[in-house]
Write a protein that binds this ligand. Structure first.
Ligand SMILES: *[C@@H]1O[C@H](CO)[C@@H](O)[C@H](O)[C@H]1NC(C)=O
Ligand SMILES: *[C@@H]1O[C@H](CO)[C@@H](O)[C@H](O)[C@H]1NC(C)=O
Ligand SMILES: *[C@@H]1O[C@H](CO)[C@@H](O)[C@H](O)[C@H]1NC(C)=O
Ligand SMILES: *[C@@H]1O[C@H](CO)[C@@H](O)[C@H](O)[C@H]1NC(C)=O
Length: 158
């Protein structure tokens, strides 16, 4: 009787230790992840501002972003401009950069890396120049039609 109680207590305490020990392992994994991807709201705000400002300040990224985004250009331009205005204070904030890492530097490097693979912010598949004007043989009938319509108006004008 006593013996089985003791066994139970030992088993229970072993189980207890196992349960308590497990989160420790995950905690270590979590802290490692958090240093590279901060979940602190302050850091998230800094990351967002740095990313948007980097895109907004470079005309290449900016035009690609505005073209890819389904949201209106005026609204997006306001958002990018606000980020550009807000970033310098965050970049200069020593404590914030200590806590989150210099996300301004990261955003600059990452925006460039993203762009080389056709990604700007959350939009991918932007390989090539989005400003490029299409000019192929398919334009011939279109231009011909335009000449016919406009020319026709002049030719048959009474
Ligand atoms: C900002 O860009 C970095 C680097 O690409 C990315 O890891 C991070 O998720 C981005 N943060 C936000 C809030 O968009
Ligand atoms: C973060 O990086 C930017 C440019 O990469 C630099 O101008 C700024 O001084 C850095 N901020 C801190 C607090 O070191
Ligand atoms: C904008 O980004 C492009 C592509 O990464 C780069 O070649 C160009 O120098 C940048 N322009 C400015 C003003 O930083
Ligand atoms: C880089 O691309 C990822 C998605 O692939 C995006 O989450 C991140 O915000 C981009 N970074 C910047 C600085 O635009």
């Amino acid at each position: 009787m006593h013996n089985s109680l003791l066994t139970n207590i030992i088993l229970l305490s072993l189980f207890h230790t196992a349960v308590i020990a497990a989160p420790d392992k995950y905690a270590a994994v979590l802290t490692v992840r958090q240093t590279s991807a901060p979940t602190d709201p302050q850091c998230l705000d800094y990351a967002r501002t740095a990313n948007l400002s980097t895109i907004g300040a470079n005309s290449t990224y900016r035009s690609a972003f505005l073209q890819a985004s389904p949201v209106g250009t005026i609204f997006n331009a306001q958002m990018l401009n606000a980020a550009i205005l807000k970033l310098p204070a965050l970049t200069g904030d020593e404590a914030l950069n200590q806590a989150c890492g210099n996300l301004t530097t990261i955003a600059l490097a990452e925006a460039e890396r993203n762009f080389t693979v056709g990604i700007v912010a959350q939009f991918s598949g932007l390989v090539g120049n989005p400003q490029e004007i299409k000019a192929g043989p398919e334009l011939l009938p279109i231009v011909g039609l335009i000449i016919l319509i406009f020319g026709g108006v002049w030719s048959f004008m009474p």
